[in-house]
Design a protein around this ligand. Structure first.
Ligand SMILES: C[S@@+](CC[C@H](N)C(=O)[O-])C[C@H]1O[C@@H](n2cnc3c(N)ncnc32)[C@H](O)[C@@H]1O
Length: 205
């Protein structure tokens, strides 16, 4: 999904819908993210919990979460991706709130129990990361959990923009988010030169 860093020329904003229409989506894992089984084994994905999947694209996770009995809300800017999700849910005979729109502006009637972050934060401009953090804090209830997969990348530019752990510590401060102890699990991405995503369950204070 790289936009080359042209020397001095700001990259054009990504037309996500065009990428889906062209089936040009190298960020897709072509299968369920391994973090699903990881979070599930830790008891994070309990049936009946509400979960938000912002920037869901054509990921497998919304349907898998619904199959596990969670109440899914997924929002994406791309109508093509949302239509794809709707067709998948219809085919499976399951329901979810699937909406084309700005996932940062979306506000639920009741704040969510869980939040699934997968290659969404790394897809948006770093200039609006504080907006992302404020939105996630507003969208989750106190004690809710942001299940984050932070994209690790040394190179400048993007998307994907690197979400190194020191930067994430600053973006999600201890005063607002409780960080887990220990080394975050690493999930290499098969489609993005095996860049690792680091799994961190952040508890919203
Ligand atoms: C790199 S893709 C990841 C898609 C999916 N999470 C996955 O892992 O396959 C980034 C997604 O974020 C969506 N997106 C970007 N900005 C958005 C915004 N402000 N609100 C909602 N979706 C957005 C794009 O349309 C795209 O589907």
């Amino acid at each position: 999904m790289t936009i080359p860093d042209a020397g001095g020329t700001p990259p054009a904003p990504m037309d996500w819908d065009a990428r889906f229409r062209a089936d040009d989506a190298p960020w897709e894992r072509k299968g369920l993210h391994p973090a699903f089984a990881h979070w599930q084994s830790l008891g994070q994905l309990q049936a009946a919990k509400s979960i938000y999947v912002p920037g869901c694209g054509r990921g497998e996770e919304p349907l898998a979460l619904a199959r596990a009995g969670l109440r899914v809300t997924a929002v994406d800017l791309s109508p093509t991706a949302i239509d794809w999700q709707k067709a998948r849910f219809a085919g499976a005979g399951l329901s979810a709130h699937l909406e084309a729109g700005d996932a940062l502006a979306f506000r639920p009637e009741a704040p969510f129990d869980l939040y699934w972050e997968q290659t969404f934060l790394c897809a948006i401009s770093p200039k609006i990361r504080e907006t992302y953090e404020a939105a996630a804090h507003a969208q989750l209830r106190a004690g809710g959990v942001l299940l984050a997969l932070f994209m690790q990348k040394e190179e400048m530019g993007g998307p994907p923009y690197g979400c190194g752990l020191p930067a994430m510590r600053a973006l999600f401060p201890d005063t607002r988010w409780q960080w887990p102890d220990g080394e975050p699990m690493a999930f290499p991405h098969p489609g993005l030169n095996a860049k690792a995503e680091r799994g961190v369950a952040l508890v919203r204070r």
